[in-house]
Design a protein around this ligand. Structure first.
Ligand SMILES: NC(=O)c1ccc[n+]([C@@H]2O[C@H](COP(=O)([O-])OP(=O)(O)OC[C@H]3O[C@@H](n4cnc5c(N)ncnc54)[C@H](OP(=O)(O)O)[C@@H]3O)[C@@H](O)[C@H]2O)c1
Length: 215
């Protein structure tokens, strides 16, 4: 495998979270591929970030990258998996999704069973040979931007069943300006998704530093 810091990162889906992740990486001098189903959005993001960012179509981004941050809604992850199934073989997929949808009271409701997690559901849909980590979704977009690169560092939790990718996931989190903490396998995803006990919009309710982490 390539040295971790040489692994190519693509951010696919340039909405709230994708833009923050791409910006965090660029600020920390990590080259980043930016992709969106609307190529104009990717081009604009790359102009904004400068030569450290390369805009590509989703297909070209998947081909070029080792690590793919799939910053699309939970329901769209299944579509991307189906559409790019064979191209995703061997890739490390980072899933920040929260299984929620807006309700009519101005808030959000969970759209899967109370005891289910997006991470576990996405793991069952994962293209053959792809490797999955639940990460980069434990803070809202605002704090994912504002709490990056602080001293002491703030924590981002992650979960994966495949411990061979721990180093790559941790390097990605560090390159976003946070300290990585693994909470366990994908069956622990529920803890780091919205309403979970380690989520900003759950029992934890805030950012934490390494010294404050209790898992
Ligand atoms: N926003 C937050 O504070 C936050 C916090 C933690 C985790 N998350 C999670 O992060 C993910 C992204 O959230 P967000 O707030 O960034 O959403 P967003 O602003 O709505 O952006 C979603 C992006 O996904 C793209 N997309 C939608 N369907 C697609 C498809 N089928 N194929 C390819 N691209 C598709 C959209 O493209 P178009 O513009 O063309 O529709 C858009 O670029 C979600 O799973 C969310 O639960 C969000």
């Amino acid at each position: 495998m390539q040295a971790i810091n040489n692994q190519k990162i693509a951010v696919i889906g340039l909405g709230n979270i994708g833009q923050v992740v791409a910006t965090n990486l660029a600020k920390n001098n990590r080259t980043v591929i930016v992709a969106d189903r609307n190529i104009e959005k990717a081009n604009r993001m790359a102009v904004h970030l400068g030569s450290i960012a390369t805009p590509l179509s989703i297909e070209e981004a998947i081909k070029a990258a080792d690590i793919i941050v799939l910053s699309v809604w939970f329901s769209a992850i299944k579509e991307v998996f189906e559409q790019y199934d064979s191209l995703l073989q061997g890739k490390i997929i980072i899933d920040p999704s929260n299984p929620i949808a807006p309700n009519d009271k101005g808030g959000f409701d969970k759209i899967i069973g109370e005891t289910e997690s997006a991470g576990q559901i996405n793991a069952t849909l994962l293209p053959k040979g792809a490797k999955l980590a639940k990460a980069l979704g434990t803070l809202g977009a605002t704090n994912l931007a504002n709490a990056a690169n602080q001293q002491p560092e703030n924590v981002l939790f992650y979960a994966t069943d495949d411990t061979t990718i721990n180093e790559a996931v941790e390097s990605l989190i560090q390159a976003n300006g946070f300290a990585p903490v693994r909470v366990g396998g994908i069956d622990q995803s529920i803890r780091i998704e919205v309403f979970g006990d380690l989520h900003e919009y759950g029992a934890l309710g805030k950012t934490v530093t390494l010294a404050e982490v209790k898992i």
